[in-house]
Design a binder for this molecule. Structure first.
Ligand code: S3P
Length: 169
């Protein structure tokens, strides 16, 4: 059983959809950020502010690599994981990569005021979302499939991913 890794911008539903998808497939769900927080014993915001983003990206990279040697997982990767080519390689080695997208408006509604999204702690979070999304578009395009979640329920997104990956996992 090959893994399914969900990538995409913050607030596109990777964790919510990932849980539903794993249950439907009988796979194990792994949230990369959640596991890093559990292993380190501190929040992602704390890691960013006290140890720095570079340190966080190293933890993220090591963890994603380790997951590529395991099977039967639905993995939710953090929104910035795709920027490092090595992460995409690990994800593809382990299975299929699905990118979830959503409009900036919807993302703003879902996570604009979240206290656990250090990269959105800006005077104008909406501009930050648009800027970051634009800069990352080229990386998100490397996924095997893309699903626009803007007008979909998490259940429908999970269903669509099952359809897209049939015969590939
Ligand atoms: C990040 C997204 C976050 C988390 C960290 C950095 C990013 O994950 O990994 O705050 O660079 O987009 P989510 O996409 O799960 O919010």
């Amino acid at each position: 059983m090959r893994n399914i890794t969900l990538v995409g911008f913050m607030g596109t539903g990777k964790t919510t959809v990932g849980r539903i998808l794993a249950k439907r497939l009988g796979y194990r769900f792994i949230d990369v950020d959640g596991e890093i927080e559990r292993e380190q014993g501190v929040s992602i915001s704390h890691i960013f502010s006290e140890l720095g983003e570079t340190y966080f990206r190293m933890l993220e990279r090591d963890f994603i690599k380790a997951l590529s040697f395991r099977e039967g997982l639905v993995i939710s990767a953090g929104g910035g994981a795709v920027i490092d080519e090595r992460n995409i390689q690990s994800m593809k080695l382990g299975g299929v990569v699905i990118c979830l997208t959503a409009s900036p408006d919807v993302i703003m509604k879902r996570v604009g005021n979240s206290s656990n999204r250090p990269l959105l702690k800006a005077p104008d979070p909406m501009s930050r979302i648009i800027e970051l999304m634009g800069a990352r578009e080229q990386f998100y395009r490397k996924a095997d499939f893309t699903v626009d979640t803007t007008a979909m329920t998490p259940e429908d997104v999970a269903e669509e991913i099952i359809r897209l990956t049939a015969g590939k996992i």
